[in-house]
Design a protein around this ligand. Structure first.
Ligand code: NAD
Length: 264
C-alpha cells in the first residue's frame, strides 16, 4: 500500500509548470530545496548562477534533475536579467514560478554596529536583497500569461533586532514590503507574491553573518519546538505556496522557524 506521501507525488502537483530558480550556490542552498520539491512534483526548471565559480557548482546540480536551461544572472545587472528572460521567452514561451532566494551585504556590515553602515553598503544590500525582486517581477510579468507565483526568502531580523543581522534586517523589511506592493499590482493577473520567513539554516550566505552559530544555538534552545529547521522544511513550504495549495495566498510572509517568531 502506498504512503500518503507517495500518493501526493503520484498526482504530480506541479506538472506542466515552468519554474525559474534564482539563488542556488550549492546543495545546501534553500533555493535548491525548493527546486527539488518542485522537480519531484513534475515542474520543469531553469537555474541561474552568479559568476563562473558558482556555475561549476550549479550546472551539475541542475543537470542532475534534468534542467537544460542554466544561465548567468547577477540580479544587479539589468542587461543580464533582460537576456535571461529573453531566453526563457524563446525556450518556454511562458513562466509559472520564480524563486528569488538571493541576498547580499558586505561582510563588514554584518557585524558590529548598524549605525556604522556606509551609504554604499546600505545601497548594495538594498539593491541585491530587495530591489531585485521588483525587477524580477517586472521581467516575469509578460511571461506569466496564465497567472503565476513569485516567492522570496526572508528572516525574522526584518521585524525585530537580531544582533549582527544589521543592514540585512533593514533590507528584509523592505523585501517583505515589496512582496505586499507587488501582490497588489500583479493580483489582477493572478500572479501571486509571497515570502517565506525561514529559521536559521547553515548555508553559504549564513556563514557571512558574524556569530551565526549563536543564532543557530538560540534557534535550538529558545523556540517552541526546541530545534532548528531543515532545508527540506523550506522546500516543502515553498512547494505548497507555488502549488495548488497556495492559489489564494498572496502578499503573505509565512514562517517556517520552529515557532521562533512568537517568542518575546
Ligand atoms: P546561499 O548562499 O546558498 O544562497 C544565496 C544566493 O544568493 C547564492 O546563490 C548567491 O549566488 C546569490 N546571490 C548573491 N548575490 C547575488 C547577485 N548579485 N545576483 C544573483 N545572485 C546573488 O544561502 P541561503 O541561506 O540559501 O540564502 C537564500 C535566501 O534565504 C537569502 O535571501 C537569505 O537571506 C534567505 N534566508 C536564509 C536563512 C538561513 O539561515 N540560511 C534564513 C532565512 C532567510
Amino acid at each position: 500500500m502506498s504512503t500518503t506521501n507517495e500518493r501526493y507525488w503520484a498526482e504530480r502537483p506541479y506538472a506542466g509548470q515552468k519554474a525559474l530558480i534564482i539563488g542556488v550556490a550549492n546543495e545546501r542552498s534553500l533555493a535548491w530545496a525548493i527546486a527539488r520539491e518542485l522537480h519531484q512534483g513534475g515542474a520543469e526548471l531553469a537555474f541561474t548562477y552568479l559568476g563562473e565559480a558558482l556555475e561549476r557548482r550549479v550546472r551539475p546540480l541542475a543537470e542532475s534533475i534534468g534542467a537544460t536551461i542554466v544561465e548567468p544572472c547577477n540580479v544587479s545587472d539589468d542587461q543580464q536579467m533582460e537576456l535571461l528572460f529573453k531566453k526563457l521567452g524563446e525556450k518556454w514561451g511562458k513562466l509559472d514560478t520564480v524563486i528569488h532566494s538571493v541576498a547580499f551585504a558586505n561582510r563588514e556590515d554584518l557585524e558590529g554596529r548598524f549605525v556604522d553602515t556606509s551609504r554604499e553598503g546600505f545601497r548594495v544590500a538594498m539593491d541585491v536583497s530587495a530591489y531585485s525582486l521588483v525587477a524580477l517581477a517586472r521581467y516575469a510579468e509578460p511571461l506569466m500569461t496564465q497567472g503565476g507565483s513569485l516567492l522570496t526568502l526572508s528572516y525574522y531580523g526584518a521585524e525585530k533586532v537580531v544582533p549582527n543581522y544589521n543592514v540585512m534586517g533593514v533590507a528584509k523589511a523592505a523585501l517583505e514590503a515589496c512582496v505586499r506592493y507587488l501582490a497588489w499590482d500583479l493580483g489582477p493577473k493572478k500572479i501571486r507574491v509571497n515570502a517565506i520567513s525561514a529559521g536559521a539554516v547553515k548555508t553559504l550566505a549564513a556563514a557571512g553573518i558574524r556569530d551565526f552559530r549563536s543564532m543557530l544555538a538560540a534557534a535550538a534552545e529558545n523556540t517552541p519546538l526546541r530545534e532548528t529547521i531543515h532545508q527540506e522544511d523550506v522546500g516543502r513550504l515553498g512547494g505548497f505556496l507555488c502549488g495548488p495549495g497556495g492559489v489564494h495566498i498572496t502578499g503573505s510572509t509565512m514562517y517556517v522557524d520552529s515557532g521562533a517568531h512568537i517568542m518575546g
